[in-house]
Design a protein around this ligand. Structure first.
Ligand SMILES: *[C@@H]1O[C@H](CO)[C@@H](O)[C@H](O)[C@H]1NC(C)=O
Ligand SMILES: *[C@@H]1O[C@H](CO)[C@@H](O)[C@H](O)[C@H]1NC(C)=O
Length: 193
């Protein structure tokens, strides 16, 4: 009886110790970019991971997104063809803009369709939260304004998401054409190492 209790206590200490070690490793600071660490990461390339992320992106025309160029013909175009915007939209965990910020979506949007109003969006999601701080995802896709949901390709990544590939699905959560404000719900499915 006494012997078993001692064993149990030892076992508990062991489990607690490893839990602390795992948590400490998972929440440790920026990813190590030394040649040794990158070499070690390269060794691990056989173990691909699937990560699913869910977040919201907030767009406000005139504030987090501004027009930077247009063609001489853009104003006469029913699809605004040739209009170019740049953006730095905050990314948050919840649908409210005031919810916890996890990063920024930085890139450009080009009105690139003659058939309908559609934006071609190459952008970087730059994470600033503790878990993925400094890591990025490179996204590219086109989204017609008339479409309630879009799918875009994740064509790369850095830091935690090195060599990432995957898809982002985006869905309008809030849209106000008067104020130029929009919130977009994003789901990401990522394969990376
Ligand atoms: C992210 O990294 C930057 C630069 O290293 C640092 O200043 C900042 O405090 C970090 N943020 C978090 C949430 O860890
Ligand atoms: C858009 O914003 C304007 C100005 O704040 C507001 O009056 C209007 O109700 C909003 N429309 C929608 C659909 O939220």
């Amino acid at each position: 009886m006494h012997k078993n209790t001692t064993k149990e206590i030892k076992m508990t200490i062991f489990v607690v110790f490893w839990t602390i070690m795992i948590v400490a490793t998972a929440t440790s600071n920026p990813i190590d970019q030394s040649p040794k660490a990158v070499g070690k990461w390269a060794e691990s390339l056989r173990r691909e991971k699937l990560t699913k992320l869910h977040f919201f992106c907030h767009h406000l025309h005139g504030a987090t997104a501004v027009s930077i160029a247009k063609a001489p013909t853009t104003d006469a175009s029913p699809t605004l063809f040739g209009l170019l915007d740049t953006r730095d939209d905050p990314v948050t965990v919840g649908p409210e803009k005031s919810s916890e910020r996890v990063g920024y979506a930085q890139g450009i949007s080009a009105a690139a369709s003659l058939q309908e109003i559609s934006s071609f969006d190459p952008f970087t999601i730059l994470f600033t939260n503790r878990e993925f701080n400094g890591s990025t995802l490179a996204v590219m896709g086109s989204c017609p304004l008339s479409s309630p949901a879009c799918e875009a390709a994740v064509i790369g990544g850095s830091g935690f998401f090195r060599l990432a590939r995957g898809v982002l699905t985006t869905k309008a959560y809030y849209l106000n054409f008067t104020t130029g404000a929009a919130s977009v719900e994003i789901n990401a499915m990522l394969l990376h190492y």
